[in-house]
Design a protein around this ligand. Structure first.
Ligand code: ADP
Ligand code: ZN
Ligand code: ZN
Length: 726
């Protein structure tokens, strides 16, 4: 009899022992077990001869769900590392690593696929006989030529057409195991490969020289310098050896254009993983990749858990992007996990960006990563010139100074597109009473409501609650309510009135909601259907707008004076990324920043010397201030209906660390956002100059913290290497 130590989806930092008779299942397979009145699906984490519990009281496993482990050796290693490094409940780590379908108990073996094919009578039928049902005619014509999967037929023709043909017995359904012999290596071709410039050639040969062993590269190249081209040419020899490549991209960066570029170059199917897929679609990519049937897999954060049979290369594009850090549950950083994975699989890792995160840059400057630099734009495109625009004492209309409006006009008249960036959606960030100064606030978050004129609502951007726009001030009953500040909606409205002869388009999470909507909007921009583009963050992520020659960035002053020490870094990344959207395709571009503080040293450094210079200087500042990456942090957060309760819990947590040498505690303090959804939020930061000291102290006390009585009364979390202090 064996004892299985099982990781269960329970928010406890421990494993659960079960009995098992028969052939020992392998570590990494799923089992179904009784847990109280429930049945849970867990993963066999270890097989041991004995238990620390009374073995006579242990329950038996109910079923083993897999013949082969769903977590292969690499993924198990990653899960071990995640559990240990993030001090996170093992069961939840395993859950995060598995596709949802497998968590729910779906078979890990490929499902048969339903095909449609012409029946005997359907094959013989003269198509003209269906001339009164043209859609049926068209589908039958296709099926007479070859079979189609039901899914494809469904999207192309719709279910009623299929049903009609099935009812007439002209077509039949056939279940088939999915083809597993798809041999992408035989389809592999290389199309339209440009000759790399010198910088690219160096980068490509460095990466190529490292294939077959671990090493990490920072590919630091300005936007448009041909980083993607470097990836493509570095991938080529990997695919030729029959090995697989995993590419991570930021959430908003995963567009059909990105995928198409890889597909087109190599002529092979590319596995795509993003949040829009169904659970079964995700599972399918997971299965194919784990069987080595995909040469390239591209995906967002959680794609880092995609198993590969023959791993060859890992790429993290836009490695500085915030979406790589998960902000709830297991708060892992996919870029850091990529380093661990590259080690585990003994393959190279390429981190590419125009604006490296300070952590990554530091690793490159200290020689931990090899540093590859692209300074030139590929082809003949020029770099956008960058300027600050002083708006002190200027008259402002819908957020824009007259000087800016004149400049917009000039570019529009030249037949170019203009892009305006403001990181605030809605019409205005607050509604105030002109008589008494009262501001409408969300009572659950103590923050002003955002005015959304189009929706005719006030909406809280922190908790999502909304209410109709009031007619009177709640304080003094005056009807004199005015919007303060500017959001995308107001900017769009104002520009449309000011430039009626040009078409404008607004791209933010309100307008780009819905399937493929963003892609359609991007297409319409590239087809020159709109001349004025207004947007939030979404516009800063990797989209190329060749006809944009003017970029305006509004309302950044808040970030210059933020309490968050990362705000300057993020602002500099954003400005540089947004500026990089202009001046492509050999049209010289310019970027303007509107500010009340034109002499701010950060802006001046960034504008005059570029991100690379700014970032190196910012690293020095971090070093002097003893902040990451020169120190290491862990963040305990707690929230509760009462601020006192949250405070008390964190005070108890602090107690464990107060006397630990080389670990400093800051807090408990209110979070930057003190209240949200009616919950009071507090935090405690632990900091050390040695990662190992912090790790050791956390490892020693995390179980005691978990066992505190208050731990069940507040909502709390631990965030290692925190990015977000809001
Ligand atoms: P990045 O990923 O750094 O933004 P891309 O790889 O997308 O840059 O390159 C920008 C543009 O320049 C693309 O249109 C690309 O096809 C083109 N390009 C890149 N490298 C070369 C090259 N060596 N020769 C010609 N065109 C290139
Ligand atoms: Zn009032
Ligand atoms: Zn709210």
């Amino acid at each position: 009899m064996a004892i299985l130590r099982v990781a269960l989806p329970i928010p406890k930092r421990r494993l659960f022992d079960y009995l098992y008779e028969g052939i020992k299942p392998e570590v990494g397979v799923r089992v179904r077990v009784p847990f109280g009145p429930r049945k849970l699906i867990g993963i066999v984490w270890a097989v041991t001869p004995d238990s620390e519990w009374d073995t006579t009281k242990l329950k038996a496993i109910e079923a083993v769900l897999d013949d082969e482990p769903v977590l292969n050796k690499t993924l198990l290693k990653l899960c071990h590392w995640l559990t240990h490094y993030y001090k996170h409940p093992v069961g939840d780590v395993v859950q995060t690593a598995l596709p949802v379908a497998l968590r729910k108990g779906e078979s890990s073996l490929p499902k048969p696929v339903t095909f449609l094919t012409a029946s005997e009578s359907g094959a013989r039928l003269e198509l003209a006989e269906l001339s009164r049902a043209p859609k049926q005619q068209k589908l039958l014509e296709k099926l007479q030529a070859s079979e189609l999967t039901k899914t494809i037929a469904n999207t192309e023709f719709g279910a009623p057409v299929i049903k009609a043909l099935l009812d007439k017995d002209l077509i039949v359904k056939v279940e088939k195991a999915p083809k597993f012999e798809t041999n992408w290596q035989q389809q592999l071709t290389v199309v339209d490969k440009p000759t790399p410039n010198v910088e690219q050639a160096i980068a490509i040969s460095c990466i190529e020289g490292a294939l077959g062993q671990y090493s990490s590269f920072l590919l630091e190249g300005i936007t448009g310098s041909g980083k993607t081209e470097v990836y493509l040419q570095a991938i080529e020899p990997v695919l030729e050896q029959g090995k697989q490549v995993l590419i991570l991209v930021p959430e908003i960066g995963l567009t059909p254009q990105t995928v198409h570029r890889f597909k087109y170059r190599f002529g092979i199917e590319v596995g795509v993983l993003h949040s829009g897929l169904t659970n079964l679609e995700r599972l399918q990519v997971w299965q194919q990749s784990s069987k080595g049937q995909l040469g390239i897999v591209i995906g967002t954060r959680s794609a880092i858990f995609t198993p590969m049979l023959n791993p060859g290369l890992l790429i993290v594009d836009e490695e500085h992007d915030a979406s790589y850090k998960q902000q709830d549950g297991l708060r892992y950083h996919a870029r850091d996990l990529a380093v661990v994975r590259a080690h585990a699989e003994n393959i190279p890792l390429v981190l590419g960006t125009a604006t490296p995160a300070l952590e990554t840059l530091n690793n490159a400057l200290t020689g931990k990563y090899q540093h590859l630099i692209l300074k030139q734009r590929a082809g003949n495109a020029s770099v956008a010139s960058q300027h600050v625009f002083d708006i002190r004492q200027q008259q402002i209309q819908f957020g824009l100074a007259q000087g800016m409006l004149d400049r917009i006009k000039q570019h529009l008249q030249q037949g170019s597109q203009v892009m305006l960036f403001i990181n605030r959606r809605g019409y205005a960030p607050a509604l105030t009473c002109h008589q008494c100064g009262h501001i409408e606030q969300c009572k659950r978050c103590d923050k002003p409501y955002t005015l959304h004129k189009q929706l005719n609502k006030l909406q809280c951007h922190h908790c999502g609650s909304a209410k109709p726009i009031p007619r009177h001030c709640q304080n003094c009953h005056s009807e004199d309510l005015t919007a303060i500040g500017v959001g995308t909606e107001q900017l769009e409205h104002g520009l449309a009135e000011y430039f009626p002869e040009y078409s404008s388009i607004r791209i933010d999470s309100d307008s780009a909601r819905g399937k493929n909507k963003l892609d359609k909007m991007l297409d319409s921009i590239n087809n020159n259907e709109h001349q004025i583009l207004i947007g939030t963050q979404i516009l800063s992520k990797g989209h190329h707008f060749p006809n944009v020659t003017l970029v305006l960035i509004l309302d950044i002053d808040g970030a210059l004076f933020s309490a968050d020490y990362r705000a300057a870094e993020h602002l500099a990344q954003l400005i540089t990324q947004v500026a990089g959207r202009a001046g492509r395709a050999e049209k010289p571009g310019e970027m303007w920043l509107q500010t009340h503080d034109p002499a701010h040293p950060l802006l001046q450094d960034l504008i005059n010397n570029g991100y690379g210079h700014f970032a190196r200087y910012a690293l020095l500042e971090r070093e002097h201030a003893a902040l990451p990456p020169f120190t290491f942090q862990a963040l305990f957060k707690a929230q509760a209906m009462s601020a006192q309760l949250a405070h008390e819990f964190l005070a108890q947590v602090r107690h464990f660390f107060d006397h630990v040498p080389n670990v400093f505690c800051i807090g408990p303090l209110p979070a930057l956002m003190e209240k949200r959804q009616g919950q009071y939020r507090m935090q405690l930061v632990l900091q050390s100059t040695q990662r190992s000291h912090l790790q050791h102290a956390l490892g020693q006390h995390i179980h005691q913290i978990e066992d505190l009585t208050l731990a069940n009364k507040v909502r709390w979390s631990l965030d290692i290497d925190p990015q977000d202090f809001s």
